[in-house]
Structures are given as C-alpha cells and as structure tokens.
Ligand binder design. Structure first.
Ligand code: GLC
Length: 542
C-alpha cells in the first residue's frame, strides 16, 4: 500500500513544500508597549525563538487598520498597519529581520469582506447610484420586507442587514460590521490585486487567504437548502447547507487571478482557508494547478481522534490529491479548540509527530508547541463576538497569550493581558521547557530538526503499513521514503501498550520517541509501544 507518487524530488521542492509554517496570532504573541495586546515589534523580538524552534515561515494573522469588531478580520485599510500593532516601519523591520534569519513571512489577506468602516463601504452605502454601490452586495427586501433570502451569518443571525440610507439590504457572511465585497465586480478585483502588490513590493512571501471559498456567491441568490441533520448544539449556520452562499465554481477564476499576481513576484505561496470535505477541497488546487498552492486541509481537526479514522483519512486525502498537488496538514488555529484541549496532553505529543511526519506542509499554531490547552476565560473577560452571539462557540480559549517565562503574565506583557494566561503559566512556558528533554517543546524542536535532516520526512513519499485489525484500531503505522532512505512511524492513539511487529527484514534504531528515555534505543522483531507513545524508526544494520 502506498500514497500516489507526487513526482516532487528534493531538488525540485520549493520552500513552501519542504518547509514548515508557524501561525502567529499577533494580539497574543508578544506585547512590547504594555497595552496588553501583542504587536509587530513583539513578533520581531521573538524571531530568534522561531529560528531556534526550527520553523521556516511565519504566518501572521491580520494587523491591518481595523476597528477590531472581529479582531482584525474586519479591515478598514488593506495597506496600513493598525496603530494597535505598530507602524509600517515596524512591519518593514519585521520582514527584514525575518529574512535575515531565513524565515519567510506570510500575511493574512481578508478579501471576502471589509470593515463597515472601510471608505469603500461608506461610498457604497451612500446611495443606490453611488459609484461604488456595486462593490458590495446590495439587494431589495423580500416581498414581505424581510431579508432577500435565507442565508445566515456564520456568527449567528441573518446574513443580511437593512441599511436605512436606501432601504436595501447588504450581505455579510460574518458580522454586520463585515460587509461582503462583490468579487464579480472587476474593479473590486483590481483594487484587491493592488493591495496584494502593496505587500508583495514590501517583500512578503505569500498570503493565507481568509475564507477563500466564500468569495463568489450564487448569481441568482437562491435559498440554501435545509440541513436535515442539524442539531441544536451546532452553530446556527449549520441549519442550511451552504451551497449557494459559497463554494461556487466561478471562485476558481478569482483564485487563479490572485495567484497570477503573486507569481509575478516569484515563488510566493497562496494558502486558501477552505472548510470543505476532501472531494470539494481538491477543486481548489484549480484546473491545471492554477489555484491555491495549499488549500488548507483541516481534516485532522475534524476527524475523530482514533488511529483507524486518521489512517483512513490520510489514505483518502492522499488518493484524492490531483496530480502534482502538494498536500498540507494542520492541527489547529485561532478558530478551533486547541489540539491539547481536544485530545489531551499525552496525545498532543502523538499529534505533533503526526503533523510533522505526514507528507505535506505542516502549519503549527503558536502555543501548541508548549502544549497550551483550553484556557478558561471567565464570562466577564470574553472577547470573541461569535461567542457573545452564540454562547459556547467563542474562540477566546485558543487565542490566549503565548507564555514565555516565569514572570508576571509569563513575559507576554507588562500590562493587563487582553485574555488570561493558563493557570499553569509559571511552569508551562518557553523558558521552563526549552532545556527539559521531556517537554513537548523539546519534542517539537527535535521533530522540526529531523524534518530538516531527512528529506524522507520533508518531501519523501508516504505509504501506510497494514497491521492486524485489533492493533490497527489503536496504532497508525506508516513509512516515509526518499533517495534510498526509509523512516517508519508508529503512533499509539491508545492509552495501553501494544506489541507491534516490525518484520524480519531489518533491525531498527529509534530516532525519536514521545518517551524521551527511548531515543537512541534499538528494536528488533517487535516493539512494545508505551501508552500514548509515538516513535520514528530507522532501519539499522544488525
Ligand atoms: C476566518 C478567520 C476567522 C474570522 C472569519 C471572518 O474564518 O479565520 O477568524 O473570524 O474568517 O473573517
């Protein structure tokens, strides 16, 4: 059994294929001015840490001028830094310091909607005849005076808000403060391409494009169909299948247009945020790979944490990739519960090995490398507007400050942090963990260094190994291979030990284990995997 041959050899692989991406949520990484919110200078100050950790690129969530209704995902000026985060000069310093350390810089581009405070929207809402009227999505009320169709906001409630100025409704897939732009309008495309060029000229290495599958809506604005499987614990948006409000075929043309802008600057990466099942996701590589370089693959976040389920997922994803399409994997981000909160601390280590040994570009979420879990945020400190609209869906617990040292606020700020730190911050921080051979931080760092040292791990092929059924329910086994080297990965998703047959062909050296005592050991015939243990093995001469 094996994955499809991708045809990418070491020498052909480009940085966004053989490298790793690290996501920084700028509000929460490092504050330098004491206002309790992180800033660009803070990121620059921590670049040495990222280089030490061993990642290759940093993706920074939005820091553009914004009234912060959705913490920067509501942009009021696509070509300016919000004063909360610093200045354009701070950004220029950040990028040159990053490049000096061979770190790439990826920005978060938010083209689907602007802030309600963007001057474009002010012009658009002024009158039905306004020059920029068609830059946003305006519709007459339904015959009963209500919203034009049944589309819902991802953050709860209707996706249409009536504007008293003209009596028409405007569409917003998220908050009313985030009106959707009309990407069918060529002037909108041109203006947004200019915004991309503004940052490309400053040296950025690529973009993660926010909700890219939303950019084009159904031309006829048809009602979305009911979802009969909807359950009341789900967010309201799930009442309907989002078939007309997003994932329209014409979006591929828009993405190809963006990519053309990027590629004029060389090997710049386009990462698309897309929450769709595997078969739909693949379309976003675009016809002839003209689409997103990396359509974000969120399947590990959405699949039950069981060895057999994950093994099936990886095989299906590999098999579904278009010819030449490069895979990618991610365990979490600023919108999803932390991996350690979801699977527990012991399994978070297994997850780290999985993320960094599957075939494809991994994206790490800041704080996962120190095992940050669910940080309780008392209701009076809640920040996320989604959580306020739809209790239980707030994203604050995965956005809490990075923890650097055993100091007030773990060294994140000298002021009052905008969100609380974890209760164990005095132990769970970079300083305490960096020299501890047993820490998850050390595990991440070793994994990142192994990836750099072994092209089998970064760009090699992947094949799964078959195990007897009882074992396969608990252990996921696979190999990565390139240029004559084969590495074997065994991951115990269970909480008991398992005897795993290694085959008679060779003896094995244990390159890395979640149980640090093991590293460097040898195995022959069988390997007794500890509960929650993951290992990376290399064949050795007997
Ligand atoms: C994306 C972002 C999320 C934001 C939303 C609206 O899903 O990741 O944080 O709230 O888009 O821009």
């Amino acid at each position: 059994m094996g994955g499809p041959i991708s045809g990418t050899s070491g020498s052909e692989a480009v940085w966004w294929q053989n490298g790793t991406v690290y996501q920084v949520y700028p509000r929460s990484f490092q504050d330098t001015d004491g206002d309790g919110v992180g800033d660009l200078r803070g990121i620059t100050a921590r670049l040495d840490y990222l280089a030490w950790l061993g990642v290759d690129a940093v993706w920074i969530s939005p820091f553009y001028r914004s009234p912060m209704a959705d913490f920067g995902y509501d942009v009021a000026d696509y070509c300016a830094v919000d004063p909360l985060f610093g200045t354009l000069e701070d950004f220029d310093a950040l990028i040159s310091e990053a490049h000096r350390r061979r770190l790439k810089v990826i920005l978060d581009f938010v083209p689907n909607h602007s802030s309600i405070e963007h001057p474009w929207f002010a012009e658009s809402r002024a009158s039905r005849e306004a020059r920029k009227r068609d830059w946003y999505i305006w519709r007459d009320p339904a015959p009963d005076g209500g919203p034009p169709n049944n589309w819902l906001s991802n953050f709860g409630g209707p996706a249409w808000t009536q504007d008293p100025a003209t009596g028409q409704y405007y569409y917003h897939a998220f908050l009313p403060e985030q009106p959707d732009l009309n990407w069918r309008n060529p002037d909108v495309r041109a203006a947004m391409h200019d915004a991309l060029r503004f940052w490309l000229e400053r040296g950025v290495d690529g973009f993660r494009v926010d909700v890219i599958w939303h950019l084009i809506k159904d031309e006829g604005f048809r009602d979305n169909p009911q979802n009969p499987a909807f359950q009341s614990h789900q967010a309201g948006i799930n009442r309907f299948h989002q078939v007309y409000s997003c994932d329209r075929p014409e979006v591929l043309d828009v993405i190809a247009g963006m990519r053309t802008v990027l590629r004029a600057y060389g090997e710049r990466v386009l990462i698309g945020e897309i929450y769709l099942p595997i078969e739909r996701l693949m379309a976003y590589y675009g016809p002839g790979l003209t689409g997103a370089d990396l359509p974000f693959n969120f399947q590990l976040i959405q699949t039950p944490w069981r060895a057999d389920a994950v093994a099936t997922l990886v095989a299906e994803y590999e098999a579904a990739l278009p010819e030449g399409g490069w895979p990618n994997w991610v365990l979490g981000n600023h919108d999803q519960p932390r991996i350690a909160a979801r699977v527990g601390e012991a399994q978070a280590r297994v997850a780290a090995i999985l993320l960094l040994t599957l075939r494809g570009t991994p994206t790490l979420y800041y704080g996962d490398e120190i095992g940050l879990g669910h940080v309780a945020v008392p209701p009076e400190r809640a920040q996320d507007p989604w959580g306020r609209n739809e209790p239980g869906h707030g994203r604050d617990p995965e956005r809490t400050p990075m923890q650097w040292e055993d100091a007030p606020n773990a060294g994140f700020t000298t002021g009052t942090p905008w969100l609380p730190l974890s209760a164990d911050a005095e132990r769970r921080n970079v300083d305490e963990m960096r020299d501890d051979s047993r820490s998850i931080l050390t595990l991440y760092r070793r994994l990142l260094s192994l990836r750099r040292d072994h092209s089998a791990l970064s760009i090699g092929e992947w094949r799964s190994l078959s195990l007897p059924p009882d074992l396969a329910a608990a252990v996921f086994a696979y190999e990565r291979f390139a240029g004559g080297e084969t590495l074997r990965i065994l991951l115990n998703f269970g909480h008991r030990d398992w005897l795993v047959p290694l085959g008679a062909e060779s003896a094995w050296t244990i390159l890395l284990s979640t149980h640090p005592g093991r590293a460097g050991g040898r195995a022959e015939g069988n390997l007794q995997l500890h509960p929650d243990e993951g290992v990376i093995l290399r064949p050795t001469d007997r």
